[in-house]
Write a protein that binds this ligand. Sequence first.
Ligand SMILES: [Zn+2]
Length: 93
Amino acid sequence: MAFIRCRQSARVEAGMAQYCPWCDQPFTPRGNGGRPQRYCSAGCRRALEQALRAWAARQLAEGHVTVAALQHARSAEPRNSHGRTQCPSDADL
Ligand SMILES: [Zn+2]
């Protein structure tokens, strides 16, 4: 099983185009520094974030996760140099 790798990481390691985890289309990450670009577009990043929020809301509504668990997870997140929790929308695109 150790030889099985996901397609995306294999392609990235080979120095080929990166693939958007939302639409699975290849894209060339911007080369202007900053954080690594993970999605092909802001639209894909927003679509994924909206899907995550909807999924999380369902998990909470259905009792699969508690508010206390969310608060605990948030307090364990790394913080930026300003002492604030980093905004996910700033991190990925
Ligand atoms: Zn995309």
